[in-house]
Design a protein around this ligand. Sequence first.
Ligand SMILES: *Cc1c(COP(=O)(O)O)cnc(C)c1O
Length: 486
Amino acid sequence: MKYVSTRGDKKSKRLTASQSVLKGIADDGGLYVPRKIPQAFLSPRDLAGFNYNAHALWLMGHYFKSDYTPAELVNCIDSAYNSKNFSSPGIVDVKEVGDAAILELYHGKTLAFKDMALSLLPHLMSAAIKKVKKPKTQIILTATSGDTGVSALEGFKDVAGMKIIVFYPENGVSVIQKQHMITQTGGNLRVVGVRGNFDDAQSEVKRIFLDDRLNKQIEAEGYEFSSANSINTGRLIPQIVYYFYAYSQLVKGGMAADAPVNFMVPTGNFGNILAGYYAKKMGLPINKLVCASNDNKVLFDYFETGVFDSNREFFLTTSPSMDILIPSNFERLVYDLVKPEDGLREMLVKLSGKQKFNMPVPKDFVGYYADEAEVRAEIKKVFDRHGYLIDPHTAVAHISHEKYGARVGEKNVIVSTASPFKFAKTVMSAISEKYDGYDDFALLEQMAELTNSAVPAPLAGLKNKDVLHPDVVDIGGMKDAVLTMI
Ligand SMILES: *Cc1c(COP(=O)(O)O)cnc(C)c1O
């Protein structure tokens, strides 16, 4: 299995899986994709007896076994998906709620679905480095507006051959996210606040990446920069696993082994739902991939009209991980649908440049969107009916389930990407206005009481943890902060 760039031509280099994991993004600015999406060689009936890690080994073997040995893959998978990192014995849970199933992907260390990939990626990178002739210590550079930073820190913490530095806008993340980051333990990491907004921090990280002199300087010391970006193949492929796992759990529960299912996916960068598309192409009996958007409904408009147009007003919503106008992984869908001779390159340039383009809509997808009032109402409605709390991202997907409808002979699976505890403020104020006066930490206790459960371990006690990373710098000080990692 070789990987090629979405923007490459016949002469472009083909990479092995481990090379693509280390490189992240191609020199031509494209994303790496498998040359051919493989066919699954087991059926959902066969898989029903597999646990999560066995699903992961089987699925990832299709993409990675050309240069990762089975023993290396087992080691990576078991280092990621275990009871230390995940609070659910099943790693992910599939629950029947009303007439749909809910796929809970938030039982990892940071209570969001990004843990599914970011707990594995560091181990895939670590194994990949060992295949390189003159290995260098990787310094992962990350600017974060919240979720990714917390999840990346947990994932890369104390992984051999890796160091990580995370920059966050001093006043641009939630109280809980900030507390999570500045109390982070681990011997190979640093967290630094930045006086500026997320875009400023992100731009400076890009400049540091491209700084030739700095790169030479750190290479001389045995280091190189790397990223844990959501476009890395080492993040995409592990996400295919839970589509198969969800399906085989339903089969285990009595569903026919070839019954059509629909997945409702709350979408931002199009990474999660793209993994579902790969699962479908591999042969999983998925009928529709339902793309659920918030007010930033670029994808909804595309699936309705066939016109992709990112050039529009940007909205801040209560589902911040979906506040995205250029979904970076959409490039991989365009690559899959458009032939080079039909203007692939021109479309990709337009996509990244926020220029409008047309592309026939594939019948695998349907789009819906929900506004902020609908999200609040849905959180309350689902709780009142089923006693089940959902976070605002999951609420967007739940609304798409209701808009698509429960159809005879088709099972709807709602993909739940974050714990409601992570978004306690929005969730509790949607349930009742009596919660409006509480602070973020007090609300966790209120939510635990309401749901008859305990505050999840990663959040419990966060308030009283020691601050280990008090540093805040100006944008101009970020480069010096990076140099202290050497
Ligand atoms: C990142 C994220 C999403 C969006 O996933 P994409 O792969 O970017 O489409 C949805 N919900 C939550 C909670 C997230 O953290």
